[in-house]
Ligand binder design. Structure first.
Ligand code: NDP
Length: 503
């Protein structure tokens, strides 16, 4: 059977490598469950070769002046923008996200971050500081690249995640071996080719393919200085654990169960729009989703009425029709997981099903594209009358499932919003900005929004608190995660401490 995309292999030494692996798997179009391409699992010896290619490239790349690195990375950003629609099409096939979304968000936000870090290092962002101690003595600091870094990505924003990791990594003078999720590998070698075309030297950006065991091999490899990981908390714990054995630097971008708090004075229309954005964009497969929607008791009826009316604006269907804004879930295992949570919500938690549920979406039976009937489509679903103890309220579902909870007082809602081991994101809707900042200041989360949800520009450092992660990506602080500090004390008077002087 001829598949729509060419096979994917490892990429190192500046080129696509032919496979030496006996094992391969297929990546699947989630809208139809049809295979898209064969992926050849990278063997341990080929992963060693990818790491060795990154090691060889490191001395010259880290010594390349930041302005020169910046010029090359800016060129890569321009190539990404020029190929936006072609790359977005690939991402739509691989992830099941509508083209209306991938063509306006996924590549755009990746290219923005690449341009941001190129400009940052080109403009002196890697300069250290000088501290004058005495007239004849001072300390200066330098920021030094770490070496070979591993990037391990999740499947929800494949090319964006690859760029959010590789952009600051390469800009700071490091080299990278990247492993995409086995569910969404198509972008990875295309990105490697784009970097090469822009002038990134061979070995600076490399790709290995495979499942968790390939990732695990990377995280324990002595040649790797840092692991930047995006994925589930449980996997992050394993990755951080094995990285700690080798005392590697880590950045952990993990899961969430964020609180979206509608304050009593909120504009209900705006709050409903915000809550929908916080739950149904990307079919709910966004780490920062505000899946616990806290509504004042007195607003519940009005909020739910407006919400149910607006749910009709969610349009599933042909993924390349620009009016489609809702796709399938990414894979069969993920589809089974989300369905099991919806079942649990109805049968065990006994929450009230306000919208959606388990039935096959009505549009699917009528759609002319028969192949869609084998895809991983679910209905956007809203539960209400939820309580904090319910499993659907406590655990990350990572699908289009909103839980509405009511509250009476601000102290109560803040305490309940914080009563989770996760702390990725949170947000409030209100017309009183003092009130907004007072509540935001009390929320235990690393990414917060006021009267909006989800935007994550290159300038904004993002990272989770508590079990949701370690460190940040993006913004000026995001660059610090890819360098180590060296402090040097200079004494021009030669004032060596005299503790050993003759008495
Ligand atoms: P997983 O944790 O299942 O996988 C993430 C990556 O880790 C994949 O490439 C996976 O490989 C790899 N992996 C699996 N096991 C290991 C291991 N033992 N050692 C090293 N690597 C391993 O996450 P998902 O892909 O399911 O992504 C969804 C999760 O990601 C959600 O929890 C979501 O909240 C989180 N996320 C967080 C973000 C943030 O910025 N905080 C952003 C986006 C998502 P493979 O899949 O190929 O088996």
């Amino acid at each position: 059977m001829v598949l729509p995309y060419s096979p994917r292999y490892a990429y190192y030494n500046g080129k696509l490598q032919s496979s030496t692996s006996a094992s391969s798997f297929q990546t699947i179009d989630p809208s139809t469950s049809q295979p898209l391409a064969n992926i050849h699992t990278t063997t341990h010896s080929a992963t060693d070769a990818a790491i060795s290619s990154a090691q060889k490239a490191f001395p010259a790349w880290s010594a390349t002046p930041p302005t020169e690195r910046a010029r090359i990375l800016q060129k890569a950003a321009a190539l990404l923008r020029a190929r936006n629609d072609e790359l977005a099409k690939t991402e739509t096939h691989d992830t099941g996200k509508p083209f209306s979304e991938t063509s306006t968000v996924d590549i755009v936000t990746g290219a923005d971050v690449l341009e941001y870090f190129a400009n940052l290092v080109g403009g002196g962002g890697l300069n250290g500081e000088t501290i004058q101690l005495r007239p004849n003595a001072w300390v200066y600091t330098t920021k030094n690249a770490l070496g070979v870094c591993a990037g391990i990505g999740a499947w929800n924003y494949p090319i964006q995640i690859a760029l959010w990791k590789s952009a600051p990594c390469l800009a700071a003078g490091n080299t990278m071996v990247y492993k995409p999720s086995e569910f969404t590998p198509l972008h990875s070698t295309v990105l490697a080719e784009i970097y090469s075309e822009a002038g990134v030297p061979p070995g600076v950006f490399n790709v290995v393919q495979g499942a968790g065991d390939v990732g695990a091999y990377l995280t324990t490899h002595p040649g790797v200085a840092k692991v930047s990981f995006t994925g589930q908390v449980s996997t992050g714990q394993k990755v951080a654990g094995s990285a700690a054995t080798g005392m590697k630097y880590v950045t952990m971008e993990l899961g969430g169960k964020s609180a979206c708090i509608i304050l009593p004075d909120a504009d209900v229309e705006q709050a409903v729009d915000g809550a929908m954005m916080a739950n149904f964009f990307s079919t709910g497969q966004v780490c920062t989703n505000g899946t616990r929607v806290f509504v004042p008791e007195s607003m519940k009826i009005q909020f739910e009425k407006k919400l149910v009316k607006k749910m009709a604006h969610i349009r599933a269907g042909d993924l390349f029709d620009l009016s489609t804004n809702f796709g399938p879930l990414v894979s069969k295992p993920h589809f089974d997981k989300v369905i099991s949570y919806i079942k649990h919500g109805i049968r065990a938690d006994k929450a009230t099903l306000l919208y959606g549920g388990l039935e096959t979406p009505a549009w699917l039976a009528k759609h002319e594209k028969q192949e869609y009937r084998s895809g991983y489509w679910v209905q956007p679903t809203v539960f209400t009358d939820c309580t904090d103890e319910m499993r659907i309220v406590q655990e990350e579902i990572f699908g289009p499932v909103m839980s509405i909870l009511t509250y009476k007082t601000i102290d109560e809602v803040v305490a309940r919003a914080n009563a989770t081991r996760l702390g990725l994101a949170a947000g409030v809707f209100t017309q009183n900005l003092n009130f907004a900042h007072q509540v935001i200041g009390r929320l235990e989360a690393g990414i917060t929004w006021v009267n909006t949800w989800g935007e994550s520009p290159a300038e904004m450092s993002v990272g989770g608190w508590k079990m949701s992660g370690v460190g940040v990506e993006n913004g000026k602080k995001g660059l610090e995660a890819w360098v180590r500090n060296k402090s040097t004390l200079v004494d021009m008077a030669g004032e060596v401490p005299t503790v050993f002087a003759k008495l």
